[in-house]
Structures are given as C-alpha cells and as structure tokens.
Design a protein. Structure first.
Lengths: 486, 489
C-alpha cells in the first residue's frame, strides 16, 4: 500500500476517483495509523468495523459524485453520531449514544465520507488545551509534553499525526483556530449560521460554529463546501445557496486591501509572533495586496465579554444534563434535588463547573444588567468595529494566538492565563464573522505558530484565496517524526 | 335597583375592604403540533408517546418556531383589541424540575408578542372594561406523576413543549363574580377565534390568581398573594373569597401580608402557603440564543384582521339591533359560540322570538339538568325549528308543545312525528269545539244558572272541563270565544 502520510484530502479524493486506490485501502491505512497512535489519545471512540463495512460498501457501489468519495474521516466528539457514542468529552455523557446524526456530519456522509471515530476534546468544548477532557488529554504530535490546543484538541492532534486525512471541529471562542495554530494545520471558523448547529452538543449557542480542520487551504475549501449549507432545523442557519469554495479558489490577491489592527500588538507578546506577523504582511505586499493600518478599538473588551456571554449560555445549555433522561445519574441522593446535585457534581469536571457557576451568576437577578446585558452591548460595539473596518479593507491579518503550544499542566491552575490564549480568536466569534488560521512559521523551539485571516460575514472565499496565496509563499513544513510509532 | 349595584366588599366592624384581583390565564393554543417541534398535542395519549427529541431536550436539539402558533397568538391579541408587537423575543426561563427536560422553559419575558388590550364585561351593574396587560407565548412543561409508586416519580412528556398563551390581566377585577365573568368572556372570545378550546378539565385553560385587599377609598395597592393553578371557576371564586378574608383578618389584627405563592386546598376551602417571595426562583431569564428575535410582518397581522370572525360583543350588538333581543337575551345567546350557532340554525326556518325563548328557557333547563353542552343537545336545531313552526301555525298549543318537547328530549325524534303519532294536533274546528262545550254545559246546568246569576268566576271552571274532555288539544282561543257565545244564549 502506498504511503498516504504525504497525501492531502484533495489528493486522496482524486486517487479514489481515478481508481488508483480503493476506499477500503485508504480506510485500512488510517485505521493502522490510529492503532499505532494510542499514545496520542486523540480518539475517544473508534468504530473500525463500521468504517470498513462502509468502505467496502462504497467500493462496491462506486459513487464518485460526492465531494468526499469514500474518504474516511474522524470527527470531534461534540457532533452527535447515530448509534455511535457521543460524549462531548464528559463523564456525564460517557455512555450516551444518540439515535440521530448531526446535520453537519450527515452532510459529510452524503458527500461520500466514511466515519473513522470520535475525537477527543475539552469537556463540552470548554478549554484551550484539551486538558479538561474526562478521557484524558490528547497529545500534540509536535512534542510528547505539548498540548494540542483546545477545545478541538483531539481533532488537531489526529490531523497533524495523519490519523485522519481531515477533520471537523467546533469553534466557540477559538476552538478550531487555536489548535490549528498549535499543530501547524489549517482551521476555519465559518460565518455564524453557515454550518448547521443541529445535532452538535451545545456550549454557547450564539457563538458555536462547526468548521473544517485540514492539512492545507485547498482541503479546507473542499471540506467547508461539503459540510456547510442551510438547515431548516436550525433557526439561526443562514438560508442561502451553497458556495463552491473549491472551484472558486484562486491565488489572485492583487488589489485586495488587508487591514492590520493595531490593538492586536499586545504587551509581552513574544517577538517571534511579531516576526511571523510581519513576514505575513510582506508576503501580502509582494503579492500585490495593499496593507492598511486599522483600529478595532473595543478589542480589549472582547475577552471579558466572551467570558460572560459564553458561560451564561452554557449554564443554561448544560441544565439538561440532570440525570433524569439520559447520561450519567448518581446513585447517591435521597430526593430529586440531591440526585441533581450529585449527578452534576460527579458528572461535570472543574472547568465546566466553573463556567456554569460564572454563567449562573451573571444571569442572576440584580447582576444581569451589570454583566450579561452590558456584555451584549459591548458585543455590538465589537461587531461595529469589524463592520467599520470592512468598509475599508477586504480582510484583516492577525496572529492566531499569543503564543505557541504550551506544556501540559502549565496553565491548568491559572484559568485567566488559559483564557488569555483566546485573545485573538474570540472577537471573531462575538462578531459572527469567518476567520481562518494557517501555519505562519515556527518559533525558536520549533513549534508552529498560526496567522489568522478575518473576513466580513459570508466572505469565506476571500480569506481562503488569501490563505492559499500565503500558504504557497510561506511553504510551511511541520517537523513531526512520528515519535509515537517508535 | 339596589341589588344591581356592585357590592362585593369584605365588611368588618371597622372597615369596608375592597378586593383587588389580577389574573394570569394559561390558555393552550389550538394547534396540531407543539410550539417548537412537530409532535402531536392530542390530549389523553399514552405517556411519552407524543415526544420528539426536541421536547425531551436531547443534546444538540434545537427549537424551530411553529408559525401556526404565532398566528393563533396574534389572532387572540386582535380579539382582545390588543397591540400586536411586530418584534418580540423568546427568552429562557431557567429552573430545574424533573418534568422540564431542558432545565429551562422557552417563554417571552420583556418583549411579548401581544401588548395591552381589554375585555368588556357585562355585569348586572353595567358594563366594565378589564385591562389586559400582555399576552405571551410559552411552552408547557411535562407532568410529574407521584402516585404510581411509593419510591419513584414518573414523568410524562406528552405535554412538554405544547404552546400556551399566558394572558395577564391588569389588577382591574374586584370580585369573584367579575373573575367568573372575565374567565368566561375570555374563553368565549378564544372559542370564537378557535385559538383555545377552553377546556378546564383537560387543563387547556388554567389560571393563577393574584389577590390583595385595601380599605375602600384607598388608592395604593396592598401586598398581593398569588394563588397557583386553580382549575375551575368555582374553586377560583372560593379561593379569592377565602384569601381576601384571610388577608383582612391579618391586617385588622395588626399583622402584615407576606408576598407569597399560595395553593388552594379544595377540601378545606382555604389557601395555604407554598413558598415565600424569598424562596422564589431566580429564573435567570435571557433571550434564547437558539431562536432569532421574532419579526412579524404588518401585512401578516392585517390579513388575520380581515379574516377575524364576528366576536361575542359584535354579535351581541347585531342580535340586539337585528333581532330585537334584550341585552340580557343577546348576551346569553352569544356567550358560547355553540349556543349562537344553534340559535342561528333554528331561526333560519322559524320564528325568532319563539326560538330565543325556547332555547333560553326550555333547552337550557334540559342542558343544565343533564349537565351537557349544547353541541350534544338531544334536540337538534332542525327539530326545535319544526316544533316552533307547529306552534306558530297554530297546530299545537304552547302547553302541548312542552309535552312534545319532553318527548323530543327523551327520544330524539322529530316534533312532527310525535304530534302525528300521539294525535296531539290542536282541535281548531269550531263545530267540534262547540259540541264539546255543549256537552259540558249540559252536564253542569246548575253551574250555568249560577254563572248567569252573576258568579262569572265559573268561566274558568267551564274552560277547564272543556280542555279535560279534549285532552288539552282544543284551541284555547276558540274555546274562549265559543264558550262566551254559548253562555250568553
């Protein structure tokens, strides 16, 4: 069998389409990779029997019309998958098996893809390092003791280690882009409403958005095209025609105006990040884009706003995990209230509890106006900042994260420093606009660091095109020696 | 008339206390499916057979607004002469309970779909307008069943997610009687509109009652107590009366009222404390991020307005003007849409005046006695019209008509057939009547002499004898005339 470790999603799709390789061969290859990579702990659940069955089924029917013909894919364990355990990284859903399939994963299977398994993530997607997962942390293939980022940490880990040719994650405050940045991969957070939220375990409904995580920009366009689309079952889904991101992908950035927000040059940011950012700016200039200095004046308020809005919604969204209907139920407790307390006390981890408490507090009567309502107002201002900027520029370039991947345990006892990881990514979620993170280069430790491109709502194509141009120029190479296979 | 004046006060040695009442009515929206899911809303299904993944709050499930329920709420708003809010918001009301699967109820808090309106009540002391504060849409919770097992509680989610309209009155009601009238009028309007079937036994109409008292003449409201979920009008009236008296007693003995939620004990006929204000839930309301703010087009409202049926007040005015009915009669006939339908069916082919009397007096007596609704009346509108036409055409007397009606109630057969079978047709042949009269006068010649010597009261005796012989069928008018002539001879 050929070594598919060097192949991208788009290439494998072509190999299958041109009958150079069968779906079953590809599937077996990735299963083998997964089996050799237990140390990475990227998976919570695998379903190889089903994968192999589906691959054989694909090969016998040979339907090459889909965008993802016979492609095996693993997905973040936040997407409900029919008859396959869906845990959201939590003890409280440890044994939960949905009877339904999320709209986004359903779109993938409709395009010909085949499920490989469910990927590790922070509990209910709350975390920036994958350390809050009940199933233990996934490991960054870059280094044994490095976090893969979060919350889509398992997804990034599996992708970088080539345990899946591409994957999907969810991004509430940076959960696709930050792990992509930490693992030297590409991740895109689409416009809010582009991908259906139906069947995704909810964290913060007004911010959650599913998106593609891939090895390169071409794959990203392909996967975004496959997973997006209007869904009447999600009231916040945008009713519009499906875009052909792959077909329209090009490297023409000539004449585009790229904004550089001065507020993103924060204190104590490693010099290396500045360097990578500046390198990106130079590439764009050379490609014929115009660089424009812009201001997003309310950037400073984004993080506190996010950490009010997201926990508020989460505190309510997670109320359904009460031990009554499904999921974990504590055996202790003399009455209903005690059953609730014990079930949720034992079923949720520390970070989830912390956010439920924060969320409950900011929504309480007497505090609502000062926190939640104020946060909503600031959220509008942040969105206005972007709206104003996009009158002047076509896209905005920033670093994806204020640092490269950190070590396990480094920030677990300091939630604020953990939260600061999201400083460049959360404004985009608050504004509901799309952003992509692509590898920008390596820092002195040899760890990858990402660059983020932001566009106005529904303008994914523009940042995909710019990203493609930059990708070519940067010519990033991850140095992964597959240590876990040794 | 002194009796017709408003006189509901709690009178004590010291004071006259006025009772202030406001109502929060929960009316189940008539709709085949639930407010945010496609599950059936049918009453009486086996437990947990009408539950979707959304209703049971499975992970990742999302609500989608049922447009028909929006239409029903707007229609109801229009029926209450209320302001329709083109922009409204669905909020989450957060609290934990076993029959609330999501841990929150989707409701409307600060921006309801319907704003201020009013309801007109016809009280014996005149008409009175009761303000409507708001109407909002919300989902119902499921049902906890505690009595199936000593150790466990069972939960039935069939009702979970069913659309309810919460209709909040202003504190404009002043007596149990007004509350009775308000509920009935509200129910009547919703039944006319087809937006709520108003069935209190099946729980499709429930109410929370806010009660406070103040000394007559005061303008400031007293501290109120809320009586939860009283499920019949009769109990509502009792609960208000007992709660008002409790509050007066407390205040007159120098104590104060705690703002609290109370329950009405239907056996003891008194309210008892459920929870104090301090124990009240903090519902942590916030706009549901799964639903966009609800926007209604003006044209949508205008279209519904055009299609609005004639409502009780309009129908009442029409009956008074067109049919020459008294306001009382008109009110009785319009208050239930089924009664007005029945009435209009009867008068299609028969006399209006007779029809209204027969419905209001005879038919209502039967329905009351049997405790059935007019829809299930044993006498159909068509049959009642036939009976009335027999009276109008002089074929039977009013007295015989009642006999026929009784048989109609028992057997359900038509008036024509009963009259035919029992030979009850009125005797209107003057010759035949004359024969009977002669027979009577011959038999009682002594009484005839007495009559002629001035004992005119005996006229009635002769009439009675004639009717006896004719088995009540002789035309009373003819009997009268002919008897007078014969006695003069």
């Amino acid at each position: 069998m050929s070594d598919l470790n060097q192949n991208t999603l788009s290439q494998i799709a072509n190999l299958i389409k041109t009958k150079k390789i069968s779906s079953l061969e590809v599937t077996k290859f990735f299963i083998k990779n997964i089996e050799k990579a237990k140390k990475l702990n990227s998976f919570i659940t695998t379903c190889f029997e089903k994968s192999l069955k589906n691959a054989k089924n694909f090969d016998s029917k040979k339907n090459y019309n889909g965008l993802l013909p016979g492609i095996p894919l693993a997905v973040k364990d936040l997407f409900c998958t029919k008859n396959i355990k869906t845990t959201a990284g939590s003890k409280i859903l440890e044994n939960f098996t949905p009877s339904y399939e999320s709209s986004v994963t359903n779109n993938l299977w409709s395009e010909g893809a085949i499920i490989l398994g469910k990927l590790n993530c922070d509990e209910f997607a709350m975390g920036s390092s994958n350390e809050t997962s009940y199933f233990g942390n996934a490991i960054n293939p870059i280094g044994k003791n490095l976090v893969p980022g979060g919350s889509s940490g398992g997804s990034a880990s599996a992708l970088a280690a080539n345990l899946t040719p591409a994957t999907i994650g969810t991004d509430t405050g940076g959960s696709i882009r930050q792990p992509a940045s930490f693992t030297g991969t590409v991740g895109l957070k689409p416009t809010y409403g582009l991908c259906s939220r139906w069947g995704i375990v909810a964290f913060a409904s007004s911010l959650d958005q599913a998106g593609p995580m891939t090895k390169n920009v071409e794959d990203c366009a392909l996967l975004l095209e496959a997973m997006s689309g209007y869904d009447p079952k999600d009231s916040t889904s945008i009713n519009k025609k499906k875009e052909q991101y792959s077909k329209n992908l090009n490297e023409n950035v000539k004449g585009l105006k790229i904004g550089i927000p001065k507020e993103y040059r924060i204190d104590n940011m490693p010099k290396e990040i500045d360097n990578i950012w500046n390198k990106g700016i130079d590439i764009l200039k050379k490609s014929g884009a115009t660089i424009v200095d812009i201001s997003l004046p309310h950037t400073n308020y984004a993080l506190p706003t996010y950490y009010i809005v997201a926990p508020a919604e989460a505190s309510s969204n997670l109320a359904r995990y009460d031990g009554v209907k499904y999921g974990y139920r504590s055996k202790k407790g003399k009455n209903l209230i005690e059953m609730y307390e014990n079930t949720r006390g034992e079923g949720f981890g520390r970070e989830v509890k912390r956010r439920v408490l924060i969320g409950t507090y900011v929504l309480s009567s007497g505090y609502y106006d000062a926190y939640y309502l104020k946060a909503q107002k600031v959220r509008k201002l942040i969105k206005n900042d972007f709206d104003e900027s996009f009158k002047k520029v076509d896209a905005i370039l920033t670093p994806s994260t204020p640092s490269s991947a950190f070590k396990f345990g480094e920030k677990t006892n300091d939630p604020i420093s953990m939260y600061l990881n999201d400083i460049f990514t959360v404004p985009v979620n608050l504004a509901g606009i799309p952003a992509i993170s692509i590898p920008g280069g390596l820092d002195s430790k040899g760890y990858p660091m990402g660059l983020q491109l932001i566009a106005k709502a529904l303008d994914e194509q523009t940042i995909l095109n710019i990203a493609l141009t930059m990708e070519k120029a940067i010519n990033f190479k991850n140095s992964i020696d597959r240590w876990w296979e040794k | 008339m002194e009796n017709d004046k408003f006189n509901y006060f709690i009178k004590t040695e010291k004071n006259n206390w006025e009772v202030i009442i406001g109502l929060e009515v929960h009316a189940q929206v008539v709709s085949d499916s639930k407010l945010f899911s496609g599950s059936s809303t049918k009453f009486g299904g086996k437990p947990n057979t009408q539950v979707s993944l959304v209703d049971s709050a499975f992970p990742g499930m999302l609500p989608v607004i049922n447009e028909y329920c929006i239409e029903q709420a707007v229609k109801t708003g229009l029926g209450l002469n209320a302001k329709i809010n083109l922009d409204s918001i669905f909020d989450r009301k957060n609290y934990f309970y076993a029959d609330l699967p999501a841990g929150y109820q989707i409701s409307q808090y600060k921006n309801p779909i319907v704003g201020e309106g009013e309801i007109n009540l016809d009280m014996p002391y005149g008409s009175k307008k009761i303000g409507i504060e708001r109407l909002h849409l919300e989902q119902d919770a499921g049902k906890s069943i505690h009595d199936l097992s000593p150790d466990n509680t069972y939960v039935d989610l069939n009702r979970s997610g069913v659309a309810l309209m919460e209709i909040v009155s202003k504190p404009d009601l002043r007596s149990p009687e007004e509350v009775n009238s308000y509920i009935k009028k509200l129910r009547s309007i919703m039944r006319y509109l087809g937006t709520c079937d108003g069935n209190m036994q099946e729980g499709s109409l429930r109410a929370d009652v806010n009660v406070s008292v103040r000394i007559k003449g005061e303008t400031k409201f007293g501290t109120r107590c809320e009586i939860k979920n009283v499920n019949s009008i009769k109990f509502m009236e009792m609960a208000i009366d007992s709660e008002a008296k409790r509050q007066v007693e407390l205040l007159e003995s120098g104590k104060s009222i705690d703002q609290e939620t109370r329950l009405f004990d239907t056996k003891k006929k008194e309210t008892r404390s459920m929870r104090l204000k301090e124990e009240a839930h903090d519902y942590r309301y916030f706009p549901d991020p799964d639903l966009l703010p609800l926007k209604i087009e003006k044209s949508f409202v205008e279209n519904l307005k055009k299609k609005l049926p004639e409502l009780p007040d309009q129908k009442k005015d029409r009956y008074i003007k067109k049919f020459n009915l008294s306001p009382y009669e008109a009110n009785v006939l319009v208050s239930e849409i089924d009664v007005s339908k029945f009435f209009e069916e009867v008068i299609k082919t028969s006399d209006i005046k007779l029809a209204k009397n027969w419905i209001i007096v005879e038919l209502f007596a039967v329905l009351n006695e049997k405790n059935i609704e007019i829809k299930k009346s044993p006498v159909t509108p068509k049959n009642l019209a036939i009976l009335i036409n027999q009276i109008s055409s002089g074929n039977i007397s009013g007295k015989i008509a009642k006999e026929v009606f009784d048989i109609m109630v028992k057997t359900g057969s038509s008036a024509d057939k009963i009259i035919e079978d029992k030979g009850l047709k009125q005797q209107s042949n003057p010759e035949e009547i004359k024969k009977i009269i002669k027979k009577v006068l011959d038999k009682h010649s002594e009484k005839v002499s007495e009559y002629k010597s001035g004992k005119v009261k005996l006229f009635g005796f002769f009439i009675g004898e004639v009717m006896k012989i004719s088995a009540g069928k002789a035309n009373p008018k003819l009997v009268n005339e002919i008897l007078k002539t014969e006695l003069k001879k």
